[in-house]
Design a protein around this ligand. Sequence first.
Ligand code: ADP
Ligand code: MG
Length: 706
Amino acid sequence: MPEPLNASTPIEFLKGIGPKRAEALAEDLAIQTCGDLLFHLPFRYEDRTRFHRVSETVPGPVQVQLRGTIRKLKEVQQKRGQRLEAEFVDEHGDALPLVWFKGAKWVARNLPIGQPCVLWGRISDYKGGRNMAHPEVLTLQEARAASALHPVYGSTERLGRFGLNSNGIGKAVQRLIAQLRELHGPEWMAETLPDGILAHRGLPRLATAMEQVHQPADVQAERLGRFRLKFEEFLFLQLLLVQHRNRQTTALPGPAFAEVGEQFNRFYSERIPFELTEAQKRVIREIREDTRNGTHMNRLLQGDVGSGKTMVALLTALLAVDNGCQACIMAPTEILAQQHLASFREMLGDLPVRVELLTGSVKAADRKPILAGLAEGAVHLLVGTHAVLEPKVIFHRLGLVVIDEQHRFGVAQRARLWAKADIPPHILVMTATPIPRTLSMTVYGDLDVSVIDELPPGRKPIRTVHRTDAQRLAVFGFMRDQIAEGRQVYVVYPLIEESAQLDHKDLMDGYESLTRHFPAPDHRISIVHGRMKPEDKDAEMQRFASGKTQIMVATTVIEVGVNVPNASVMVIESAERFGLSQLHQLRGRVGRGGNQSFCVLMSGKELGKEARRRLETMCRTQDGFEIAEVDLELRGPGDLMGTKQSGVLDLKVADLVKDRALLEDARDLARRVLREDPELDAPKHALLRTGVDRLRASRPDWSRIA
Ligand code: ADP
Ligand code: MG
């Protein structure tokens, strides 16, 4: 015997749906079960407390509600089928033509002709007058029974053809709720939150909350119901993340870095050419705490471009070396890995710490001794790219992995690193992409977060201006002055896949024009773009880095990490086409030396609202976190940092931007509950445990180190 209808019943079996509609619902809206349908919440509500007068209505997309009677029904023969026409007259005696192009026969049979009724629909322009096509028609009785706030649901064109437009979906939901109520009573949906939490927070029960959002009596009720659903969504997510993290730190041992030894101390006292910032010191202390006693470190280090994350990475690596472990630092690009290698070797000087590089372009013959050295433990610190993930790379005792600019590495790749040692290495993920707190609490909810919120002293803020294409000659003049003072200049062009051909042409035209305005031999220009061979790119980068060229024309390949302290001007062409975080990253390429630096955002004259806001934000502030917040607001969380794929952010009800406060609240509660009852064993937490287990099961791609 089939189970009685409940939330996990496939949607196909709901009356009026069937296999065809079910398939469309699954494909278009990911609705597979009755429960999924209930969680397909209205995205807005129409106010049905107000009636309009025909005489005051105007054509447009806004729906209006009218009260009156329908008369003068007329079927008109068309080429295909029939058209139905009628006239509506409101209580003030003003008339409005009505028309139906489809289903004329069926509509005609069901219209309450001559009876008082309520119409709901849009006014269109029609033959110099106005009319209303396909209105929703309700008897007065029906109108009174409907809620004052009429829910509007997301749908698709195809679903519309299946009779599942917003109203169709609404009716299916109402039908479902009515049936469930009849079967199971007022608690027609099994409660998922413990009584204690409901009572303490004054939250409605689940079934009530569902009724409040799908059939709201008033605005207040709708808010309360939705609030409960959001809170629940955040709470389970946070319980999952916090528990995940707790388990990781307690159950998984990490290599113990018990002592601060000779190399660390010698480096610290003899080799660092500057004083560490307070923020750097604090982060080192945090890392030290994490790693000293055999628990496992899984830490995200956020610090704006130029804040000195590399130094933190090196000090942590020395801590590993002093405790008999090896360390590995992964960079997203070959250029960056080489830069790290060079700066590590230079900084370490004659300390007996062997640093090697492993990237795709290291030749087989050079590889051999490096691999042997790693396996024996003679190589202490390995710098590399993806190449370090290859199975051939075997460590003697890997104790630490630092991942620079982590979002370029996939979860699976990180998992492979994890498998390279018997005791999983400590993980330090470094990023200059500032992650708003709300995001780090969800996407990286299982990582501890450290922040370097201070730049090394003496850095002058970068002056950022917005210039239009018409002012280009003045910008060239400015570049010339800077170059005459011995500085170097970046000129960056956008390049995106969709318009790669055109973008490449822009880049080349720009290069061409620069060679005319900045002729040799006084000026030398480098160019780097994606169509060049990696060796050629590197050679050009080197030429620029060593000062042989003064201008670097490039696409965004230079975005990550490149360090040329003498470069003081960043010109960004078509800046309106870049996202905020990309602009911020690019700007971070200058301002690395002692000189006043500049960023010039070039754009056309006409700008969209969002583009204008992005450029204004860039000119106003250099604070990466502030920029990230604006970015989050403009783009929504899904687009940020490829988090769309992570699955962590596919929230059904809550919104990371609008519901931040609620998220923090849920986070606090999750922490408190888990501190008291880490495995949710207590009977009063039984429901929480069920919910967390269910959520965990629905996210199979969750990695231990995601
Ligand atoms: P990022 O955080 O962007 O990776 P880097 O580690 O590349 O930044 O540091 C940028 C520059 O700042 C480097 O040249 C580095 O040597 C220098 N630096 C790092 N820490 C300090 C400090 N405490 N005082 C002065 N300069 C520093
Ligand atoms: Mg860096």
